[in-house]
Each structure stands twice: as C-alpha cells, then as structure tokens.
Ligand binder design. Structure first.
Ligand SMILES: *Cc1c(COP(=O)(O)O)cnc(C)c1O
Length: 411
C-alpha cells in the first residue's frame, strides 16, 4: 500500500477561488437575471488580449518549429540565452541594477517558482509569511511539512505570521524574532500596498543581521507609478546577499494563459548546510531545474522576449495604463461610497474595509446577491484580511465604471 503525503490533509478545505466559484455558480443557477448582469472582479486574472508584439513573436516561432531547418526540440532547462539576456538588460541593467543572465532562471510561472523554491531549502527553517498575502506561500509550506495543523482561525502552527494592518499601511516591519526565511510581496496581492525604499532597506538590514533569506515576489512591479518606490529588491544595497526575486510576465504582458516567469538567484547568495557550511543557492536551483524541469516552451520564450522590444514595451505600458485607469475609477467609486480604501495607486488591486462591521464573506454575499459583482473576500488571504475585500482592476473599462457605480448604489 502506498502512503500519501499527510501534510496535504492539513490544508484547509476550500482554497479561496474554488469557494468563490461554488458561491457564484449557486447564485447563477437560481438567478438567470443576476447571471446576465454579473461582473467578475474576483480572481486576479487579466482580461485584455496579448500585446501584438507577443502575438507576432508567437506566430513566427511556430513557423520556425514547422520547418525542419529551424525546428527546435528541448531547450536549455534554465531558459534560452536570448531571453535571459533580454531580461538582464531590460529589467535590470537598464535601471542600474546588477543582475547577470546566468542568475536568471526562466520558468512557466511564478506560482510554480514560489512552491518549487522550497525544494532547495531545509525543513528546519523558521518561516515568516505576511498576512494577508497570496495563499500560495502558506499552502506550499503546509504541503512541504513545514507546519503543524491549522487552528480554528485558520492559522498554522509553526508559521510566523507578519500581520499587515491599516496601522502599518499593510507593510509589516521585520519582527523581533529571528526568521530563517521571509516572504515579501510588493506591490502586494491582495492589499495593493507598496513598500518604500526605507521599508525595504529595513528588511534587507534585518535579513543580513539575522541571516534570513528573503523571497521577494515582484509579480506586480510593472504597476508601480510612484518613481520613488523600488521595483526590484536588488535596488536595495545588500539584497544580492540575502534575496531571491520572483517575477512573472503574467501581469505585465497578460501572459496568465501563455505561462512565463523567472526567478533571480544572485551568485553570492548562500544558505547553510545542517552542519553550518555555506553553499551558494544558485547551483542548487540550477540543478533542481535541470532535474525536474525541461524548460519553458520555445514559442513562449520568444513571446516574452518580444515584450522587451520597443513596440512590446509601448504595448505593455498601454496595458498597464488601461488597468491602472480602471483602478483609479474603482478606487474613486469606493471612496465616494464612503468606504475606507487602500491600494489601487501602484497596484491593480483595491483593498477596502467592509462597511458596518460585516465579515469579508458577508460582504461578498451582499455584493454577489445585491450588486451582482464578484469581489474577493479578504479573509481568503489570511486572518488579518478578515473585515476587508479586494476589488480587481483587471477588467474592461465599461465594467470598471459599472462596478464603481454599483458599489456607490449598494453601500
Ligand atoms: C499572479 C501572481 C503571480 C504570478 O503567477 P504566475 O504563475 O506567474 O501566473 C505571482 N505572485 C503573485 C502574488 C501573484 O498575484
């Protein structure tokens, strides 16, 4: 008989989005009119078509594969040099940030990278996770056996939660305790909060002083409008010695269905063996990648490369401007409805306090049943998200305007 991974049984039953889907389906079944009016601002998925530069690159890469002379099979597991070079140059060196192409590893998504990184880390680490945050960090640590059971409030024993609150502007400061690994996500999903240079410097200083590995998720860096806010952790002196950065083409190039992302593991970044020897992480990650991955599709990597062409950059900028225009409309709508509103200025998410002390799911049901709008309950992102909800700006302009109107009407 095969034994299973018991850790999976510790996971809480409903991952957030299946529970939302269940309630939305139940609503639609009994309510054809509501179904017709329904606007989804729930799941964080982009809505606009791919940038034409990426589409053209996909077409021509498919044509290459269609001909014997230009056909390609397996590529390098770590990614094609053309894409690693384009990223090093355009995402980093052009901004004065030192990241070399052999420190960049191409993948098929940041979600996978966030989970897979645990493969090269030990099981004895004290792990800090912001709350609220992207649920993948918590669940992958549960699956890896890094936690005990969840308590009634949903908090797992053995994890060190870093609460984001209205008081700290949803940017948790480094804790008093010593952590071995800490996740950071800025601009944040779900709160839309961004960390200032000083706040990130405090984290890097903490990490260097305590020998902490920072896992910095910058999936939304392209949405930063304020030029003083860092887009990469490597803008902070010392970060190359303590941080891994996760980036994705999902939210800037609209690649959620195309699938391409990368992680940066700086050459000087090390972690300790059980007997205290320091070993560079880059070699471990490269080895893991060669063994468990056969590379992201060639056509996909060509499409990602095209986002860095002059046309590609302009088209990505237009996509971001579109979503941030929606964010401004939704933000203003919620403010005018008298709600307490956060985020939405450097991120495609608006984070809102529920009115009248309603719980996140109570307000979710109200919005669904009365306004026919799907939002995301804040409590789905962690205990500290209770009493809040997230509105996504990933939508058409008409829908954003209509959702802003319905929020004013409902509240
Ligand atoms: C969307 C998102 C990602 C990107 O995930 P992909 O797997 O690359 O699509 C990563 N982190 C956060 C916080 C996200 O919201």
């Amino acid at each position: 008989m095969a034994f299973l991974n018991d850790n999976y049984l510790k996971l809480k039953a409903g991952y957030l989005f299946p529970e939302i889907a269940r309630r939305v389906n139940a609503f639609c079944e009994g309510n054809p009119d509501g179904k017709a009016r329904l606007i989804r601002c729930g799941i964080g998925d982009v809505t606009e078509p791919l940038p034409p530069a990426a589409v053209a690159a996909l077409h021509s890469a498919v044509d290459e594969l269609a001909s014997r002379d230009t056909f390609r099979g397996y590529g390098p597991e770590q990614g094609y040099p053309f894409l690693r070079q384009a990223i090093s140059q355009n995402a980093y060196r052009a901004h004065g940030i030192d990241v070399a192409e052999d420190e960049i590893f191409i993948s098929d998504g940041s979600k996978c990278d966030c989970g897979n990184i645990l493969d090269i880390l030990g099981h004895q680490n004290r792990i800090g996770i912001p709350d609220p945050v992207y649920p993948v960090y918590v669940d992958t640590n549960v699956m890896a056996g890094h936690t005990g059971d969840a308590d009634a409030s949903g908090a797992y024993a053995g994890l060190h939660y870093l609460p984001g609150t209205a008081e700290n502007g949803f940017v948790p400061a480094p804790p008093q305790e010593k952590l071995d690994v800490a996740y950071l996500c800025f601009p944040n999903n779900p709160t839309g909060a961004v960390a200032t240079r000083a706040q990130l410097q405090a984290w890097v200083d903490y990490a260097l002083a305590n020998d902490t590995l920072l896992l910095f998720d910058a999936a939304y860096e392209a949405y930063i409008q304020d030029a003083s806010i860092p887009r990469s952790i490597y803008e902070i002196p010392g970060a190359r010695r303590c941080a891994i950065e996760f980036r994705s083409f999902s939210k800037n190039g609209g690649f959620t269905g195309v699938r391409c992302a990368f992680i940066v593991v700086p050459g000087e970044l090390t972690a300790k063996t059980a007997d205290g020897q320091r070993v560079p992480l880059r070699g471990l990650w490269s080895r893991r990648t060669s063994t468990k991955f056969n590379g992201t599709g060639y056509i996909v990597q060509r499409a990602a490369e095209a986002l860095y062409s002059p046309e590609g950059k302009a088209q990505v900028a237009a996509l971001i401007a579109h979503y941030m225009g929606n964010a401004a409309i939704l933000r203003t709508g919620a403010v005018n409805a008298g709600l307490q509103v956060f985020g939405g200025e450097n991120a495609p998410y608006i984070w809102v306090k529920t009115p009248n002390g309603l719980s996140s799911w109570e307000f979710f049901d109200n919005m669904l049943n009365k306004a026919n709008v799907v939002i995301t309950p804040g409590s789905g992102f962690g205990r500290a998200g209770e009493g809040y909800f997230r509105i996504s700006a990933f939508n058409s302009r008409e829908n954003a305007i209509e959702v802003a109107r319905r929020i004013r009407e409902l509240v």
